[in-house]
Design a protein around this ligand. Structure first.
Ligand code: AR6
Length: 518
């Protein structure tokens, strides 16, 4: 006994690779032309985290920091910010004081920015949960440390660049405190042709306006984060890396020529990516502008993750809109909050103590990849070669391994990517992710988010495909056949779209015919 289970069992079910177990030791932390490190590496190797010094740049390749704002007739912008924020360190400040402070250096928005949501939060939040004047005072002090904590320019992660930025969690907290107080210059314009029109917003002004239960819950979580990072005994002291990956056309797989077989797939009807997918590469069902509506009304998978792990929000400061061949990978963010519910039922629940271990660079073993699916207003658009290719490429750039052997690479934790707000078909999207994972040679954990029937169907489909030794190329061709079938039948039945066979039924029938012909 036991011999049977051993043979070729490296991919056996239930054995998905996870960090830190599958971790391959990292080289010493170092910076190069593709990796900017905002802390001093020599100091880091001696066990200390100290900001790295450099010369700031005020240009289109770097984040424009408020302390670098060119002197003008109004004097120094940073001096104005310092003066305003210092007032907030007094005892007993109100929302009105915060609003007035922010508007002194955002004078042009003195009429159009409103603080309803923030006022309503302060009026409703239990005193024990948050002592507003106290946390505001600590946040103002933290924000004021910006010139001390960020002494090296932060490159913008622009389209077509492969570049990583590593910084400390303390630096992130300071940047986020500045975002809260809306100090980042040139980041308030809303029209797409403005200087940062291709970037997400970062100043928190949108979060303070238009009260709603969602904003209330978001503010609870964010204040909990700021409370935690400003407390001496809970201040995080590790590093986080943000990496933009952009693949060249020459690196794009030719899908119909892929001879690789599908990798393992474990489907779970219970659990979620962020908890049960711990240690794996966790997919963020992203918007092109990372973080999506986190600073506004949005509150689905991506926004919830950004609220639980607010360090993710800082990516919005420097990550340009993702193109079709790009993703953003984030390593080392901490989870600060436990939450319940989803969308309108979402609630901040309690502080989360993140027990995740850290790697050699003091980053938590937590890796997230932001990939944005296509939004389908008309579901028919997705059953076309062009859409399928686009989604395959997007999933592939997210799943692609670093230069590390498969046995040291974690599995991917994903689910109904692109199938909620973006209205994709869960069956098609699951097949696409299976194909991309196969080319990347990684296993998949798939969370159906309480849908038991879907879990069953998906696991059965995977088993069927495996039993037919289905390759990525053959599956790709089957999908193309399905697209033809779909457009033909959808056309005939456009009043009854449900009469078009779904993609799983189609594949099952095709494979049954093939078997019977053998
Ligand atoms: N774990 C596993 N599955 C989940 C989880 C979770 N934590 N949360 C949700 N699901 P959606 P999209 C399932 O709509 O369609 C945001 O605004 C659940 O079944 O968030 O790609 C972004 O910023 C849900 O219906 O992703 C984008 O703008 C499904 O995953 C946009 O939404 C899809 O979640 C992306 O929309």
């Amino acid at each position: 006994p036991g011999t049977e289970a051993q043979a070729g069992d490296t991919q056996c079910e239930g054995k998905l690779n996870k960090e830190p177990e599958c971790h391959m030791q990292l080289d010493k932390l170092s910076a190069d032309r593709n990796h900017t490190v905002l802390i001093d590496i020599n100091e880091f190797n001696a066990g200390r985290i100290v900001p790295y010094k450099g010369k700031h740049h005020w240009d289109h390749l770097h984040v424009k920091l408020p302390q670098c704002y060119p002197l003008n007739t109004m004097g120094s912008r940073w001096a104005a910010i310092e003066k305003a924020l210092k007032k907030l360190t007094d005892k007993g400040v109100s929302v009105g004081d915060v609003e007035r402070a922010i508007k002194t250096y955002n004078h042009s928005h003195r009429r159009d920015w409103n603080f309803d949501a923030l006022s309503s939060y302060v009026a409703q939040v239990p005193k024990l949960e948050n002592n507003f004047p106290n946390v505001i005072s600590k946040m103002a002090k933290l924000a004021l440390k910006l010139p001390e904590l960020i002494q090296h320019p932060i490159p913008l992660l622009r389209q077509k660049c492969n570049h990583a930025i590593t910084m400390s969690q303390e630096q992130i907290s300071c940047l986020l405190a500045n975002a809260f107080f809306c100090t980042f210059p040139h980041r308030n314009a809303t029209h797409p042709n403005s200087e940062y029109g291709n970037f997400p917003t970062i100043n928190f002004s949108s979060l303070f306006a238009e009260r709603s239960p969602r904003k209330f819950q978001k503010l609870r979580a964010l204040f909990h984060y700021f409370n935690t990072v400003t407390k001496e005994d809970s201040k995080p002291d590790g590093l986080v890396t943000f990496e933009r990956i952009s693949i060249k056309p020459s690196e794009c797989p030719e899908w119909n020529k892929q001879k690789g077989n599908l990798t393992s797939l474990q489907v779970y009807s219970k659990g979620c990516i962020e908890k049960e997918g711990k240690g794996m590469l966790q997919v963020d069902f992203a918007a092109k502008m990372v973080g999506g509506g986190v600073l506004g009304r949005g509150l689905v998978q991506e926004e919830i993750r950004f609220i639980q792990c607010p360090e993710l929000i800082v990516a919005r400061l420097f990550t340009e809109k993702l193109a079709d061949n790009e993703c953003l990978k984030i390593t080392g963010v901490q989870m600060y909050s436990n939450t319940h519910g989803y969308s309108d039922t979402f609630e901040w629940h309690s502080p989360h103590t993140d027990q995740t271990k850290r790697d050699e660079w003091k980053r938590l073993y937590c890796q997230i990849v932001a990939i944005d699916a296509l939004r389908f207003d008309d579901p028919r658009q997705q059953f076309t070669e062009i859409s399928i290719k686009r989604e395959l490429l997007k999933a592939y750039v997210g799943f692609k391994r670093d230069n590390v052997p498969t046995e040291y690479t974690s599995a991917i934790a994903t689910g109904n990517w692109g199938c909620g707000a973006f209205k994709g078909d869960p069956m098609l999207k699951a097949l696409i992710q299976m194909m991309a994972a196969a080319v990347a040679q990684r296993d998949l954990a798939y969370f159906t988010f309480d849908n038991e029937q879907q879990a069953e169907h998906l696991q059965r489909m995977h088993k069927l495909l495996k039993s037919h030794n289905m390759t990525v190329g053959k599956l790709y061709n089957l999908l193309q056949d399905y697209c033809k079938h779909y457009s033909l039948h959808h056309h005939h039945h456009h009043h009854h779209p449900h009469q078009v066979k779904n993609v799983f039924d189609y594949i099952r029938e095709k494979l049954a015919i093939r078997s019977s012909q053998l």
